[in-house]
Design a protein around this ligand. Structure first.
Ligand SMILES: NC(=O)C1=CN([C@@H]2O[C@H](COP(=O)(O)OP(=O)(O)OC[C@H]3O[C@@H](n4cnc5c(N)ncnc54)[C@H](O)[C@@H]3O)[C@@H](O)[C@H]2O)C=CC1
Ligand SMILES: O=C(O)C1=N[C@H](C(=O)O)C[C@H](O)C1
Length: 254
């Protein structure tokens, strides 16, 4: 049996990871990390507040927490490397660099979205951005009221694919707010906007707008299980890879 450690075990995705692994034939939850003050019971698994204990009891770790949580885990993994799947979004440059450093010592799969649909959407966005060169690109994402980071990691990833396909630097062309007398839209702008409300699992629309026509590509996640199942698939895959930084596309063979 593959021993999977869950980091963020009390979270929306973390609890679904535990649930989905209950009847798995090749993997089980061996250890669950929760922050101090949270108490959960997971039959057959060690529940801990200690990251070292999580690492010791896992063949591979799945992380769905917050950026500061991911950073604390990565700092420990630099000392005691273990295969990792991380889906935490909102990471800053330092945290991304830590991911890269850990990936020199162990296989790491990082994806801002674990769904097959978004993996395909990224490719469609790259194609449309390149071929519809004169179309204005605007990305809108919608998520539940509890989401802390904005725009979503997925929206930023989609924007990166769009920018790259046009040879642009996203940091230079991204616009994530418009208010007041700001003037006309610049040609190369890529708008990335966040809406928050209710229990929306995740919706991303990438629009390509021109005079006389527009194209909108939509992806809607209707169940958070999609992400949990994708992450479990990724964990089973990454554990047998060489050290390196992988994406969900590598795992899906795209
Ligand atoms: N890549 C993907 O496919 C997906 C990514 N996400 C991302 O995953 C992350 C978690 O999302 P949710 O489960 O909805 O959030 P959540 O708020 O329900 O769960 C977060 C978990 O992290 C724990 N946590 C918080 N701070 C921590 C710290 N400093 N150290 C250790 N643990 C800590 C919490 O106790 C909780 O168990 C977010 O960044 C979200 O954007 C969410 C869904 C899909
Ligand atoms: O926080 C969420 O819920 C989600 N976060 C990810 C993101 O920021 O892109 C992925 C998914 O859309 C759900």
């Amino acid at each position: 049996m593959l021993n999977i450690g869950i980091y963020g075990g009390s979270g929306r995705v973390g609890s679904l990871l535990i649930k989905n692994l209950q009847n798995d034939e090749v993997a089980k939850v061996s250890c669950v990390h929760v922050i101090e003050g949270i108490e959960i019971e997971v039959p057959g698994a060690v529940v801990t507040n200690d990251i070292d204990t999580l690492i010791q009891n896992s063949d591979v770790i799945i992380d769905f927490t917050l950026p500061e949580g991911t950073q604390a885990l990565l700092e420990k993994l630099l000392i005691t490397p273990k295969p990792l799947v991380s889906g935490t979004t909102g990471l800053n440059d330092h945290q991304i660099n830590l991911l890269r450093e850990v990936a020199q010592k162990a296989p790491v799969l990082y994806a801002t979205n674990m769904s097959l649909g978004i993996a395909i959407l990224k490719r469609l966005v790259a194609l449309a951005s390149e071929k519809l060169r004169d179309f204005d690109i605007e990305i809108v994402e919608m998520h539940h009221r509890y989401k802390k980071d904005a725009p979503s990691g997925t929206a930023l990833t989609l924007a990166e694919f769009a920018a790259k396909a046009r040879g642009l630097d996203l940091d230079e062309v991204r616009v994530s707010g418009r208010d007041g007398n700001i003037g006309e839209r610049k040609k190369d702008e890529i708008g990335v906007f966040a809406l928050r409300g209710g229990d929306i699992v995740g919706r991303h629309t990438v629009g390509f707008y021109n005079d006389g026509e527009y194209l909108e590509l939509n992806h809607t996640a209707t169940s958070r299980d999609t992400f949990a199942k994708g992450a479990i698939k990724a964990a089973k895959w990454v554990v047998s890879q060489e050290p390196g930084l992988y994406t969900i596309d590598d795992c899906l063979g795209l």
